[in-house]
Write a protein that binds this ligand. Structure first.
Ligand code: AMP
Length: 385
């Protein structure tokens, strides 16, 4: 296997996966003079449009994965559901960061929560569930409401079902696909938040502070942050996230998603061993974005400064905005302090992440007001007709 000396600008980075996270990673990498190759089953992808080389192959095509690995100096990924066999095949040829053990833990909800609980991090009560009988037996122990989630391949609310009383158990079991699942106690949170932290090969840590998140139908709707050390909740959230990054020994970027209760108590919901939607505002707001930070970490460089240049807010643009025709790009581009990011996806489907907007202001509250007003302008023309 090639040694991981620092992989310096001019070298080639391989990305498994080809969505918007890979796209923004590739933009950061190309800006710094790296070449980027991407592999996924798709063609003309958000990442492939930016990369030097786009390989279209199934992740199960290990010959293609090996050939891909031979062409690059280091491999990373942009989503954690890359099959373990593909990561192992690549890792025999070239360093893969984060490594397979981090993927193994984070691509399975039960392993992830068991790891977190075992390491002493606060999570909501949970039990494994492998059959309807086990679900019915577990529900009285967990109590109502409860949330049933498929253990694998469930995100943005897919493969997830809330259970308010015992009669809903069979429907919930069907809704998650009758497969290995985790039953969780429903958390009555006051807000959702995330902390994105990077860890270098040498074990250095850098975080982007507490990011406040609001979801709509389980999908992130908007986020805001100002990077201030904040009060005790922000300090505890950051300390927890840094602790998790150390415990799981990630080399790369890790997003720790959390619930904050009415009394400020924190429960970790889930981990993503990669840049995260809630960190998109770091592209415009921070000295180093989460994508450049991932690049630095996986290439064995020093981490960049994470200071906020200004408070910021981000609002997602979902495919639903296309329901009455093409959004009014001219209107949003006319706003001098709002940044438009589109991911190059040709087909706008409801709930599909197509892009986002970022606004900067003197406070995160004002940035949020501006970014939400900006998103309104995207559909105002349609309504005015
Ligand atoms: P997840 O796929 O685990 O990120 O969940 C998506 C969203 O569902 C979260 O951001 C929460 O809004 C909600 N959710 C997930 N798990 C729970 C829980 N145990 N209690 C309350 N809400 C939850």
């Amino acid at each position: 296997m090639k040694e991981l000396r620092p992989v310096l600008p001019g070298a080639t980075v391989g990305v498994l996966g080809s969505g918007q996270l890979g796209r923004m990673f590739a933009i950061a990498a190309r800006r710094m003079g790296y070449r980027v190759h991407t592999l996924s089953p798709d063609y003309d992808t958000p990442t492939g449009q930016i990369a030097d080389v786009e390989v279209t192959a199934s992740y199960d095509d290990l010959d293609a994965v090996r050939e891909f690995a031979r062409q690059v100096d280091v491999v990373t990924f942009e989503f954690e559901n890359v099959p373990a066999a593909a990561v192992e095949a690549a890792a025999r040829i070239v360093p893969v960061r984060p490594d397979g053990s981090v993927l193994h833990t984070t691509q399975h909800r039960l392993r992830e929560k068991t790891f977190l609980a075992g390491a002493g991090f606060p999570v909501t009560a949970f039990v494994p569930v492998r059959s309807l009988a086990e679900l019915e037996e577990a529900l009285p122990r967990i109590g109502f409401p409860a949330v049933l989630k498929a253990a694998t391949l469930s995100y943005d609310g897919k493969g997830q079902s809330r259970i308010d009383d015992a009669s809903q158990a069979p429907a919930a079991w069907r809704a998650v696909g009758q497969r290995d699942a985790i039953l969780e106690k429903f958390v009555r949170f006051e807000k959702e938040a995330s902390v994105i932290v990077a860890r270098s090969r040498d074990g250095d840590l850098a975080d982007f502070g507490l990011i406040s998140n609001t979801h709509d139908r389980h999908i992130l709707d908007f986020s805001s942050a100002d990077g201030s050390a904040g009060g005790p909740v922000a300090r505890e959230a950051v300390a927890l996230a840094r602790g998790v990054a150390e415990a799981i020994r990630v080399v790369g970027v890790l997003c720790v998603e959390m619930f904050v209760g009415p009394g400020g108590e924190i429960r970790i919901n889930e981990l993503a061993p990669r840049p995260h939607n809630s960190g998109h505002l770091t592209v415009d707001a921070c000295v180093t974005s989460q994508f450049e930070q991932q690049l630095r970490a996986v290439c064995g460089l020093e981490l960049g400064a994470t200071d906020y240049l200004r408070p910021a807010a981000m609002a997602n643009i979902l495919g639903d905005l296309w329901s009455d025709g093409e959004p009014d790009w001219a209107a949003v581009c006319a706003l001098p302090d709002v940044k438009l990011h589109l991911y190059g996806k040709s087909e706008a489907r409801p709930r599909r992440k197509m892009g986002h907007l970022t606004a900067l202001a003197d406070s995160s509250t004002e940035a949020l007001r501006r970014v939400l007003a900006a998103r309104e302008t995207l559909t105002a023309r349609v309504r005015a007709v």
